[in-house]
Design a protein around this ligand. Structure first.
Ligand SMILES: Cc1cc2nc3c(=O)[nH]c(=O)nc-3n(C[C@H](O)[C@H](O)[C@H](O)COP(=O)(O)OP(=O)(O)OC[C@H]3O[C@@H](n4cnc5c(N)ncnc54)[C@H](O)[C@@H]3O)c2cc1C
Ligand SMILES: *[C@@H]1O[C@H](CO)[C@@H](O)[C@H](O)[C@H]1NC(C)=O
Ligand SMILES: *[C@@H]1O[C@H](CO)[C@@H](O)[C@H](O)[C@H]1NC(C)=O
Ligand SMILES: *[C@@H]1O[C@H](CO)[C@@H](O)[C@H](O)[C@H]1NC(C)=O
Ligand SMILES: *[C@@H]1O[C@H](CO)[C@@H](O)[C@H](O)[C@H]1NC(C)=O
Ligand SMILES: *[C@@H]1O[C@H](CO)[C@@H](O)[C@H](O)[C@H]1NC(C)=O
Ligand SMILES: *[C@@H]1O[C@H](CO)[C@@H](O)[C@H](O)[C@H]1NC(C)=O
Length: 512
C-alpha cells in the first residue's frame, strides 16, 4: 500500500485538504500508468517523452463517487485543475495538470464489467472509463463477443480513446470507437455524475465524444459488440505506384460488406534494404522472404503496402478461405510475388502491436521521445502529399510506422466534438516515430521540425486536412482547428465545465 500524495499537497488549504486526504487511496503498483511507475513523478510523464509538467498530486480514487468529490473540491477551490490520466499514452502532455490534480483512471472501478443484452441478438459491454481496451477485449472474447471497431494498439483506455476518436483498420466499416458507444457516465467539471446517450443529456454525450476531456470525465461507457471471429487471414500486398495503392485501397473500403476485407490499413516504407525502415520490415513471418528483384524499376524512393485481414471461424475450411481471398486479391494491382499471408488467432492479430511494444522496450526505443504527427487528409490531396512528404521529407524513414489508409467520413458522427476534413473519403496519415534506428540518426529536435514542416506543406497547399491528437498551444489555433464547430465546443464548455477545471494539458481553455 502506498499513497500518491506528495508533501506538496499541503499547499491546498483548509477543508479541501482534509477532504482530499480522506480520498487518497492506495492501489497496487501494477495498476497505474505506463511502465508501472506508482509515484508522483509518473503523472508528469507520458508516452511522448517531450513535455513534463508537475502536478500538485497524483490521486487514485477507487470509486466514481470519490472522483466526483475530488472534482467538486477542485471546483470549490480557487485554482485547482483536474486531469484524467488514462494510460498516459498521449504524446504532448494532454493528460498532465500543472500544479493540479492528476487522476489515475485505471484505478476507478477497475474490473467492473457488465454484459447488457440489447434488442434481438445484440449485446453491449458496460465498462469503466479507465479500463484498457485489451482487458475489454479479453473479457468480451470470454463470452464469444468482441467490440466491432478496434485501434491498432490496445493498451489505451476506453475514456482516453473516446475522448479522441479511436481509429484503426475497422473504421472504414464501423466508424471509430466513438461511433460504437451508445451511452456514457460522465463526471462534469462541476462534479456532477451524469448518465448520457443520444436520447438523454445528448449535448454532454456528443460533447464528451472526441471532447479532449473538456466536458467531463468518462467513468463508464456502453460499447456495442458483435460475435467474435476465431481466426484472421492477415495479408500484406506491396505496391510501387502510389496511385495504384490508393485506388485499390479506396475500392476495398467502398465495396459492400461480404465483398471486401474486415480490416484495411496501409503503410509506406522506404525502398531500401534497411531492416527497420525498408522492405525487410514487410514480411509477416521470419520464414517469408521479400524478393527485392521483383520491385519494378519504375519504383521511387518509397514503397507502399496494403494490410488487410479477413475474419473467419475455426471450423471454416481453409480451402474456402483461400478461395474467398483469391477472389478479393484478383481485383488488386499489387506487385505479383510481393504478397505475404499468415493465419493467426483473432486475439493475436488485435494484439500485434503489443509484440512490437515488447521488442521496443527491450531495445529501449519505447522510452525514447516520440514526436508523433497524425493527420486526417482528403483523398483529393493525398497524391500531392505523397510527393511532397513521403517521397521527400520522410524518404529516409521515421524509425517507426508510417500509416496511410482511407476511411469514410459518413461512418463518423458529425454531432461529436471531432472535426474532420470535408471530403467523404479521407486518409489517416500517422507518422508514428517509435524511436527505432534511422540512418543518419536525426535528433528529436529535427524530428519535431520535420513535423512542423509537414504541417506547413498542408497549410501552404491549402490541403483539406485536420490534425488528430495534436496539441495546439493557443486558443486562437484551437479556434482555427475547430472552425465552424468552435461555437458549439465553447458553448458546451460554459455549460459543463464553466471554471475550465478539466484536462488543462490540452491548452484550450484557462482556469477561471
Ligand atoms: C503505441 C500507441 C498506439 C496508438 N494507436 C492508436 C490507434 O491505432 N488509433 C488511435 O485512434 N489512437 C491511437 N493511439 C493514440 C491514443 O488514442 C491516445 O494516446 C489516447 O490519448 C489514448 O491514450 P490514453 O488512454 O493513455 O489516454 P491519456 O493519454 O491518458 O489521455 C488522453 C486525453 O484524454 C483525457 N482523458 C483520459 N481519460 C479520460 C476519461 N476517462 N474521461 C475524459 N477524459 C479522459 C486526458 O485528460 C487527456 O487529455 C496510440 C497511442 C500509442 C502510444
Ligand atoms: C514493471 O514491473 C515489471 C514486473 O513487475 C518489472 O519487471 C519491471 O522492471 C517494472 N518496470 C519498471 C519501469 O519499473
Ligand atoms: C494556486 O493558489 C495557491 C495559493 O495562492 C498557489 O500557491 C499555487 O501556486 C496556485 N496554483 C496554481 C496552479 O496556480
Ligand atoms: C430496440 O429496437 C427499437 C426498434 O427497432 C429501437 O427503437 C430501440 O432503440 C432499440 N433499443 C436498443 C436498446 O437498441
Ligand atoms: C511459415 O510459418 C507459418 C506460421 O508459423 C506457417 O503456418 C507456415 O506453414 C510456414 N511456412 C513455411 C513454408 O514454413
Ligand atoms: C526472385 O524473383 C526472381 C524474378 O522472378 C526469380 O528469378 C528468383 O528466383 C526469385 N528469388 C527467390 C529467392 O525466390
Ligand atoms: C461452426 O462453429 C460455429 C460456432 O463457432 C457454429 O455456430 C456453427 O454451427 C459451426 N458450423 C459447422 C459447419 O460446424
Amino acid at each position: 500500500m502506498k499513497s500518491f500524495l506528495s508533501t506538496k499537497t499541503m499547499a491546498i488549504r483548509g477543508g479541501t485538504l482534509i477532504l482530499m486526504l480522506c480520498l487518497i487511496v492506495a492501489v497496487n503498483a501494477q495498476d497505474i500508468g505506463t511502465d508501472n511507475s506508482t509515484n508522483y513523478d509518473a503523472a508528469a510523464k507520458d508516452f511522448g517523452g517531450i513535455i513534463s509538467v508537475k502536478p500538485l498530486a497524483f490521486l487514485a480514487p477507487l470509486k466514481s463517487d470519490d472522483l466526483a468529490r475530488i472534482v467538486r473540491s477542485a471546483y470549490d477551490s480557487d485554482n485547482l485543475t483536474v486531469a484524467a490520466r488514462g494510460n498516459g499514452h498521449s504524446t504532448n502532455g494532454q493528460a498532465m495538470a500543472k500544479g493540479g490534480l492528476v487522476i489515475a483512471m485505471r484505478s476507478v472501478e477497475s474490473g467492473h464489467f457488465r454484459l447488457v443484452k440489447a434488442n434481438g441478438s445484440a449485446y453491449y459491454a458496460d465498462v469503466p472509463g479507465g479500463a484498457l481496451w485489451e482487458d475489454v477485449l479479453d473479457w468480451c472474447l470470454g463470452q464469444g463477443l468482441s467490440p466491432r471497431s478496434m485501434t491498432d494498439y490496445l493498451a489505451l483506455t476506453v475514456g482516453g480513446t473516446l475522448s479522441n476518436a479511436g481509429v484503426g483498420g475497422h473504421t472504414f466499416r464501423y466508424g471509430p470507437h466513438t461511433s460504437n458507444v451508445v451511452g456514457l457516465e460522465v463526471i462534469t467539471g462541476k462534479g456532477e455524475q451524469v448518465v448520457c446517450s443520444e436520447k438523454e443529456n445528448m449535448e454532454l454525450f456528443f460533447g464528451a465524444l472526441s471532447g479532449l476531456g473538456q466536458f467531463g470525465i468518462i467513468t463508464r461507457a456502453r460499447i456495442l459488440l458483435q460475435p467474435a471471429p476465431e481466426y484472421v487471414r492477415w495479408i500484406r500486398l506491396v505496391y510501387a505506384e502510389f496511385d495504384e495503392f490508393t485506388q485499390d485501397a479506396e475500392s476495398l473500403i467502398t465495396a459492400p460488406e461480404g465483398q471486401s476485407f474486415n480490416y484495411i490499413e496501409g503503410t509506406a516504407v522506404v525502398n531500401s534494404d534497411d531492416p527497420i525502415n525498408g522492405w525487410p520490415s514487410v514480411p509477416l513471418h521470419p520464414n517469408q522472404t521479400f524478393n527485392s528483384t521483383l520491385i519494378p524499376k519504375s519504383a521511387g524512393p518509397m514503397l507502399y503496402f496494403l494490410e488487410v485481414a479477413l475474419h473467419y471461424k475455426n471450423n471454416d475450411s481453409r480451402t474456402a478461405i483461400d478461395a474467398t481471398v483469391d477472389v478479393l486479391l484478383r481485383r488488386l494491382r499489387y506487385v505479383d510475388g510481393l504478397e505475404f499471408q499468415a493465419d493467426v488467432s483473432y486475439r493475436d492479430f488485435l494484439l500485434r502491436v503489443k509484440q512490437e511494444e515488447q521488442e521496443a522496450r527491450v531495445q529501449g526505443a519505447w522510452y525514447k521521445p516520440h514526436p508523433w504527427l497524425n493527420i486526417f487528409l482528403s483523398r483529393t490531396d493525398i497524391a500531392k502529399f505523397d510527393q511532397a512528404v513521403f517521397k521527400t521529407v520522410l524518404k529516409d524513414g521515421i524509425g517507426g510506422r508510417l500509416l496511410v489508409y482511407p476511411v469514410l467520413r459518413h461512418k463518423f458522427d458529425d454531432r461529436t466534438s471531432l472535426v474532420l476534413p470535408e471530403a467523404e473519403i479521407f486518409y489517416i496519415v500517422s507518422i508514428l516515430r517509435l524511436g527505432l534506428p534511422i540512418p543518419n540518426e536525426p535528433s528529436v529536435e529535427s524530428m519535431i521540425a520535420q513535423n512542423k514542416e509537414i504541417i506547413k506543406v498542408c497549410e501552404d497547399n491549402a490541403f483539406d486536412y485536420k490534425l488528430y491528437l495534436w496539441n495546439y498551444e493557443t486558443q486562437e489555433e484551437w479556434k482555427t482547428h475547430f472552425g465552424k464547430k468552435w461555437g458549439i465546443f465553447a458553448g458546451r464548455k460554459m455549460i459543463f465545465d464553466p471554471k475550465a477545471i478539466l484536462s488543462p494539458g490540452q491548452n484550450i481553455f484557462t482556469r477561471v
